[in-house]
Design a protein around this ligand. Structure first.
Ligand SMILES: *Cc1c(COP(=O)(O)O)cnc(C)c1O
Length: 237
């Protein structure tokens, strides 16, 4: 089932690229594996998935050594500063950086490791109370402040759009994030590139691709429904 789901998701991404005149090579599918057991990640790996997304540090670091070393791990969940040290140097990209203090901590750990950490700034485009992320208005100054930190490269922006039955409702938010990234890019800030846009989940990734997503984060559409009551789920937070 995972294999078919993956194929179908990839196919829909390709079609969305064709419709919007984009090169499918610009879009990377992240299989969001949070709450799912290692066996399911192995199945996705066998079917060709190489990018996995997790939202909890403990769950991610437990899974990492049990899976092949060529997997690229993406931290997509809210990150606490005291947990940064466990993932810097081990992740492809940290999608959910929404404060200077968090960026400073990532910078410190990256310097210790002698690496540069790639990050995205999370923007709460729809200004939902319940969501993390900075506002569209605050984002440019925050990016500029982060650009001065050693050991960090700001690669772009990320958003979590509202939950909705109709993905068209999220199109304006995706468009707004894209526009924001263009606006920031024109400032030519040292150390900042705005080539990455992480947006779109199971319910709305097709729309997000049409609007310029370079990463889509799909969980349910690949692995099926998550069972948060299951034994073995992460107890963190
Ligand atoms: C869980 C999660 C996803 C995937 O959600 P689905 O609707 O299952 O595709 C994507 N992004 C983030 C930040 C998540 O926490």
């Amino acid at each position: 089932m995972i294999r078919e789901n993956l194929r179908q998701t990839e196919q829909r991404i390709r079609e969305a690229c064709e419709r919007s005149g984009r090169d499918p090579g610009e879009v990377t599918l992240i299989a969001v594996s949070k709450t799912h057991p290692v066996a399911m990640l192995e199945e996705a790996y066998e079917a060709g998935a190489r990018h996995f997304g997790e939202n909890k540090v403990q769950e991610m670091t437990e899974k990492m050594p049990r899976l092949p070393g060529d997997i690229k791990w993406h931290m997509i969940g809210h990150l606490q500063r005291n947990k940064v040290k466990y993932i810097v140097g081990r992740t492809e990209l940290i999608h959910s950086v929404d404060s200077l203090r968090l960026a400073e901590e990532i910078s410190r750990e990256a310097l210790k490791e002698g690496i540069a950490a790639d990050i995205l700034v999370e923007v709460n485009v729809a200004e939902e109370e319940s969501k993390f992320g900075v506002s569209v208005r605050e984002a440019p100054a925050l990016v500029e402040a982060m650009s001065k930190l050693p050991g960090i490269r700001v690669k772009g922006l990320m958003t979590i759009a509202p939950f909705t039955e109709d993905p068209e409702e999220n199109r304006p938010y995706f468009r707004k994030l894209k526009q924001l990234s263009v606006d920031i890019a024109t400032k030519n800030i040292d150390n900042v590139s705005m080539n990455v846009l992480s947006m779109g989940m199971t319910g709305d990734y097709v729309t997000a691709v049409e609007e310029g997503a370079t990463y889509v984060r799909v969980g349910t559409g690949i692995f099926g429904e998550r069972d948060y009551t299951a034994a073995g789920r992460s107890t963190e937070e």
